[in-house]
Design a protein around this ligand. Structure first.
Ligand SMILES: Nc1ncnc2c1ncn2[C@@H]1O[C@H](COP(=O)(O)OP(=O)(O)OP(=O)(O)O)[C@@H](O)[C@H]1O
Ligand SMILES: [Mg+2]
Length: 145
């Protein structure tokens, strides 16, 4: 049994997952686990989507790469998706939203995103795509303090 929870911090690219995870890690003692970084470091990418200018992860490889850490617990998991993880690994899902679409537009365009990628992400934020995706976490108590 885990002695510390695993919390997913998710949401549209640019809403502030990484800055909030970094701050929360300092405040709570939980460890920031950037899934993008894991995928890069452990070579979990499968293909590159030219239109959306993004790497697509090999989900099985990624799950294998993080399984040991997930089972130990105590993580702030920073990623734009959370429906991949088995629900028994996750204790809480937090979906961040950007205060306004124009602010998100400014943040993403300052990254130099092309129009298709910008539009895809703004649509996701407007329609709440990242709110609808999360898995329902298990109601069982999976960690104890
Ligand atoms: N609450 C906030 N107040 C002011 N600026 C913020 C806030 N949250 C995030 N930002 C700024 O927005 C930008 C995007 O933040 P961040 O990189 O954390 O987003 P992200 O959700 O991790 O994006 P990605 O999914 O692409 O990794 C950064 O420049 C960050 O400083
Ligand atoms: Mg980030």
């Amino acid at each position: 049994m885990r002695t510390s929870p695993n919390v997913i911090i998710t949401g549209t690219p640019g809403v502030g997952k990484t800055v909030h995870c970094e701050q929360l890690a300092q405040d709570t003692g939980l460890r920031h686990l950037s899934i993008n970084q894991v995928a890069k470091d452990r070579d979990c990418f499968e293909t590159y989507d030219e239109e959306l200018e993004t790497w697509i992860v090999d989900e099985d490889k990624l799950l294998d790469a993080v399984e040991d850490e997930m089972l130990q617990g105590g993580l702030l998991i920073d990623w734009h998706a959370c429906d991949l993880f088995p629900k028994s690994w996750i204790d809480l899902i937090v979906v961040l939203r950007c205060p306004s679409t124009s602010l998100l537009y400014d943040r993403l365009s300052s990254r130099g995103y092309k129009q298709a990628k910008l539009q895809e992400n703004l649509d996701a934020e407007i329609f709440g795509a990242y709110r609808k995706k999360p898995v329902k976490p298990s109601t069982k108590k999976l960690w104890s303090s």
